[in-house]
Ligand binder design. Structure first.
Ligand SMILES: CSC[C@H]1O[C@H](OP(=O)(O)O)[C@H](O)[C@@H]1O
Ligand SMILES: Nc1ncnc2[nH]cnc12
Length: 303
């Protein structure tokens, strides 16, 4: 039996955040999942007290994948396969509110889905299993609540504002929104906008992983009447500074998060959440084998 501590926490880095920096890299792993390979090999790095964490660049370390083509199923399945139980995801977002300024951080609690159905969004797609995961609270409430205090404290040291309980609109892209769409999203109650939180958050739920998003505002999107509409250049301008602060936040919270996950209380909403979601069990052995990879409790290994 190995005495190595388990890798319980995974970090997904978004645009501009292609590594966590400053940590001791232990190894890289690149598991082939039933849904293919992840966006890039997963880096296993050690936090100063010797705790291993996993880091995965959502778009690949060279930003190879556009938001619509990110292999999100492979990403989530690969993290689960190495033992991860909670995911802290980072994302660059546009702001739909005057008080959320470029450079601010946001921990959202809701999502409006404006993807166009072209991204594979369920592990059960193409199998004989029918399952309906609960998604009323798309981010893990216990994890989100746990994170808020530590993230706020670490941002205070950098004079950065944190906004909580906000709604993120996830659009398809890759083009940015029109002015009319941007204005409509505000009327719908959207506070920030990105292209990446879905299907990632849905798949984390299906895999019974606790998932929270730390969003970093880069621009004001396209709703301000007398201002230019967002461009990629606007986003890139703020990305580096936001990525540096994201690394600072991660360094501040990850050790305690690992301990909270190991203790288990933070996971009580995620573990077991799919038990009653499966309304039609697997009819084919190949489906059992495939789904065993992410949900071995409900799809036990075939002898
Ligand atoms: C580079 S602009 C649009 C791009 O940035 C965000 O990526 P991520 O969420 O991975 O940080 C946004 O969602 C779009 O994918
Ligand atoms: N304005 C915007 N719209 C969509 N995704 C974004 N990511 C960063 N800024 C964005």
């Amino acid at each position: 039996m190995s005495n190595e501590p388990s890798i319980l926490v995974g970090v997904i880095g978004g645009s501009g955040l292609y590594n966590l920096g400053g940590l001791t890299v232990l190894k890289e792993v690149n598991p082939e999942t039933p849904w293919g390979y992840p966006s890039s090999p997963i880096t296993i790095a050690s936090l100063p007290p010797g705790i291993p964490i996993a880091f995965l660049a959502r778009h690949g370390t060279q930003h190879t994948y556009s938001p619509s083509s990110v292999p999100a199923r492979a990403n989530i399945a690969a993290l689960k396969s190495i033992g991860v139980k909670a995911i802290l995801a980072f994302s660059a977002v546009g702001s739909l509110r005057e008080d959320i300024k470029p450079g601010d951080f946001i921990i959202p609690s809701q999502i409006i889905d404006r993807t166009k159905g072209i991204r594979p969004a369920s592990f059960f797609e193409g199998t004989s299993v029918v399952a309906h995961a609960g998604f009323g609270d798309p981010f893990d409430v216990k994890l989100t609540t746990w994170l808020t205090q530590g993230v706020r404290k670490s941002l205070k040291q950098k004079n950065v504002d944190l906004h909580v309980d906000k709604c993120v609109v996830c659009m398809e892209g890759p083009q940015f929104s029109t002015r009319a769409e941007s204005t409509m999203y505000r009327q719908w109650g959207g506070d920030i906008i990105n292209m990446s939180v879905l299907p990632e958050a849905k798949l984390a739920r299906e895999a019974e992983l606790s998932y929270a998003l730390i969003a970093t505002a880069t621009d004001y999107d396209s709703w301000r009447p007398n201002e230019a509409a967002v461009t990629a250049a606007d986003v890139v301008k703020t990305l580096k500074q936001n990525a540096d602060i994201s690394r600072h936040v991660a360094a501040a919270v990850l050790t305690d998060l690992h301990a909270a996950v190991a203790e288990g209380g933070i996971l009580t909403d995620s573990i077991g959440c799919m038990r009653s979601a499966i309304v039609r069990p697997a009819k084919l052995p190949e489906d059992i084998r495939k789904l065993h990879y992410i949900l071995p409790e409900y799809f036990p290994a075939l002898s």
